[in-house]
Design a protein around this ligand. Sequence first.
Ligand code: ADP
Ligand code: ZN
Length: 460
Amino acid sequence: MPVRHFDIAPTRALESVFDMARADRNRPFWAPELETLDRAALERLQVARLQKTLARARRSPHYRRVFRASGFDPKSFASLADLPRLPFTVKDDLRSDENFPYGLLTVGKDRLVRLHSSSGTTGRPTAVFHTRRDLAAWTDLIARSLWMIGLRPGDVFQNMMGYGLFTGGLGLHYGSERLGALTIPAGAGNSRRQIALMKDFGTTALHIIPSYALRLIDTFHEAGEDPKSFKLRLAVLGAEPHSDAARKRIEDLFGIRAYNCYGLSELNGPAVAFECPEQDGLHLWEDSYLAEIVDPETGRALPDGARGELVLTNLNREGMPLLRYRTRDITSLRSAPCPCGRTHRRIERITGRTDDMLIVKGVNIYPVQVERVLMRFPELGSDYLIVLATINHLDQFTVRAELKPDAFHGDLHELEALRRRIADELRGEILVSARIELLEHGSLPKPEGKAVRVEDHRER
Ligand code: ADP
Ligand code: ZN
């Protein structure tokens, strides 16, 4: 099949997309020709798109410098095996004085139509630009992902992510509109109003940060409402690491199916990878992103199935394509075929960023490992905080967890026994002894965006 054919896919006339969605709501794929492309053809497409991307990258001041300094000649690129010769791009390349804000652009500013920015979880935010075509391609990937989990015209999609510079809001918004679902731009926060919107307009699908979903249950209870009596049936969970146990809890509490959506602003935003109905790993859209897993310490490639840092290259972006971008997100890549029929490889649930990893008494710990254990205890609510301190020159690891409102009946022995059981299970998982502090329901801070799981007060 000629590769050229695919270059027009994202710019398909909108009307024909809508007609397709209305005409055949039972078809399993949004873009069958791309989602089920056989591996050899998919790799050919990747190489062709990468060659094009490299040619574009030469127009950016940053990549021109990188190519010159490293001796990498973009014209010499012939196969994916040539990739490791290309230097990595890191977050600091985007925010260095030399590059910020326009140094990675490959087009004139007059071609740009949108600015996004990462939420700045880890330092100075980065500026990311999109052309009209970039937005069309990204929107199409989101529509593809939402279609995959069963969203259809007639669904009511309540987007509870922050609108604005954060990509979770506008990104999913345009994707769900493109698919043809009635889209409610609810934005983040204001829990009572969120519930009223769900009730009044018969919301069937949510896009929500998982820690917020778990918290919203309290507001349902306070309002005397049960989400299971609503029309909800789907949720897209994204923006932060969460355990499978947290997902299950959300599914049970809301009576829905919930799917994991991964992405980052630098590479476009949400829907770099998305869980399919199998709920067993996230398909990474390999027609648009080239994925590698490397050892975070050495940068060396790791084999299939090994956990390491995800490195991504944009394959279908014109304004600001990034090459071999170090995401700092830890996962692994699996090439086993998926029963859903999509040929794009799957990544595992993200454990966290390399910078989320805590080294406590010499042991590496990710906050989601703690979450996984806490979620096993029905007595516990869903919020927790890890607090690190230095006591007598030693690391002290404390986990503060909230009790469910009705979990404590005044029996201190029972409470002490629970504390001990949690500490034991936690030691089994993370191999470090933790002090467990059980708190009254609602006493931990509740940020509106991504959850904050760690306070590190250790002396350095
Ligand atoms: P910031 O980097 O400032 O948080 P972004 O909004 O671009 O801004 O966040 C992207 C990051 O969020 C990813 O690199 C990843 O660490 C995290 N993230 C996004 N989606 C998921 C997900 N489904 N699971 C785990 N982590 C996620
Ligand atoms: Zn699948």
